[in-house]
Ligand binder design. Structure first.
Ligand code: HAM
Length: 416
């Protein structure tokens, strides 16, 4: 029996990969425009990095990590996200030493043992950015604007930007207590997960999808009414900046995020087109994380998008790739000439397809149709004797004789 792949670990097949290239090159183009540089970090990190940053009481650390003990008895984890590793590297290599502001982006596979469904996989890919060293709300607004710019670059205008503030170590503990007091009387109506999280992570009840939790928290105290003056001011200024440059957004005071390192601004780019997996990108500010990981006291903000989810939003028809030219030939002498021309044209940057078996002209033309090439070059024995071939422009339906000189064919194809 043939061996199949592992559930939740997907192959990205050739007919899909064009979309991936498109997304990756748009990300590089847009992020570099805003001064971000790429950083590449390993897939495997010490488990402690994730428990210390993402938080022990989160779903990711509690039940979703691919962790194991390696042959040297070290506890290691395949990264479930990029921020922790990027900050570990930032601290380890003192990237803050040169300039107080660092702008980094990364792309690559992440691993979470989640229940696979459309838009949710066990190996998935993120493209993320991190802006470190600025606590001014201008940084928040710039990162959000860049995220919107990236999606607009892909022609995707549907996802909505939702923002919230989760407060800081000064105001969040009292809000958590207030929420706990509120939930205590409603504990019986919460789902088992939220009951379990009541002590360590009560905020999760606010964005739980279970009907009981939704009903029980309808009039829960809002985090936004319980921010300290510093956090309230930061949130207000972030919105002012967004208004200044016309970046559309909505406030979602129930957005919680599944990672513990967030402070102040958090956000998600949500879509109604992917069923239950509504977030195509998400992120926020993490002003205590770098210090918590043993680095200097520097603030940061960033986001990551799920590339598979972005791929699902793009239209497959826009990404069909077809060769510039298909060469059809009749007879052995023409086959050799077809081969010579094909190699010469490819070296000149023209993409060429051919029917290697050289079946009947009719079947070669069927193959040309399938490739949907812009031009077809037909090489018959008569033409060969005259030193010419017929070049057909498939869009215009026009056919002309061309000499068997690669440079001539190149210029005709390129000038079309
Ligand atoms: P996150 O919300 O856990 O945040 O993930 C970011 C995005 O990754 C999600 O919005 C979603 O599009 C995608 N994603 C997450 N899990 C899966 C999955 N199982 N399958 C497919 N896509 C998925 C973070 O990871 C933070 N590190 C973001 C960040 C960067 N915050 C600050 N800087």
């Amino acid at each position: 029996m043939a061996i199949t792949g592992i559930k939740g670990f997907n192959d990205i097949l050739p007919n899909e990969v064009e979309k991936w290239h498109h997304i990756e090159s748009a990300a590089r183009r847009v992020f570099e425009l805003y001064g971000f540089s790429e950083i590449r970090i390993p897939v495997l990190e010490k488990t402690e990095l994730f428990s210390r940053s993402i938080g022990d009481a989160t779903d990711i650390v509690e039940k979703e990590m691919y962790s194991f003990t390696d042959k040297g008895e070290n506890r290691v984890t395949m990264r479930p996200e990029g921020t922790a590793g990027v900050m570990r590297s930032f601290i380890e290599h003192k990237l803050y030493a040169g300039d107080q502001v660092s702008k980094l982006y990364y792309l690559g596979p992440m691993f979470r043992y989640e229940r696979p469904q459309k838009g949710r996989y066990r190996q998935f890919h993120q493209i993320g950015v991190e802006l470190v060293g600025v606590d001014d709300p201008m940084a928040d607004a710039q990162v959000l604007t860049m995220l919107q710019h990236f999606f607009a670059e892909l022609g995707l205008h549907e996802p909505t930007l939702q923002i919230n503030s989760l407060g800081c170590p000064e105001c969040r503990p009292s809000y958590r207590q207030k929420l706990r007091d509120f939930l205590l009387e409603r504990l019986e109506r919460l789902c088992d997960d939220c009951k379990r999280r009541y002590e360590n992570n009560p905020l999760r009840a606010l964005d739980c999808k279970a009907a009981g939790c939704r009903e029980a928290t309808v009039d829960a105290p809002s985090v936004l009414d319980n921010l300290c003056s510093g956090c309230a001011d930061h949130f207000e200024k972030t919105q002012n900046y967004l208004r200044v440059n016309g970046t559309p957004y909505e406030i979602n005071a129930r957005m919680v995020r599944g990672l513990d390192y967030y402070t102040r601004t958090t956000f998600e780019l949500v879509t109604g087109l992917l069923g239950a997996q509504s977030a195509v990108a998400a992120g926020g500010r993490y002003d205590s994380l770098i210090e918590q990981l043993g680095g200097p006291s520097l603030p940061g903000i960033g986001f990551a998008m799920g590339v598979e989810r972005v791929v699902l939003l793009l239209n497959q028809d826009d990404f069909r790739k077809s060769p510039d030219l298909f060469i059809a030939f009749l007879g052995e002498a023409a086959r050799k000439e077809a081969f010579r021309l094909m190699c010469a044209l490819q070296q000149e940057g023209i993409s060429v397809e051919i029917d290697y078996e050289g079946k009947s002209l009719k079947s070669q033309m069927r193959r040309a149709d399938k490739f949907n090439s812009r031009f077809t070059l037909i090489l018959g024995e008569d033409e060969l004797r005259k030193g010419t071939a017929s070049l057909k422009d498939m869009d215009k339906g026009v056919q002309v004789d061309v000499p068997l000189v690669p440079e001539k064919i190149v210029s005709m194809v390129q000038s079309a």
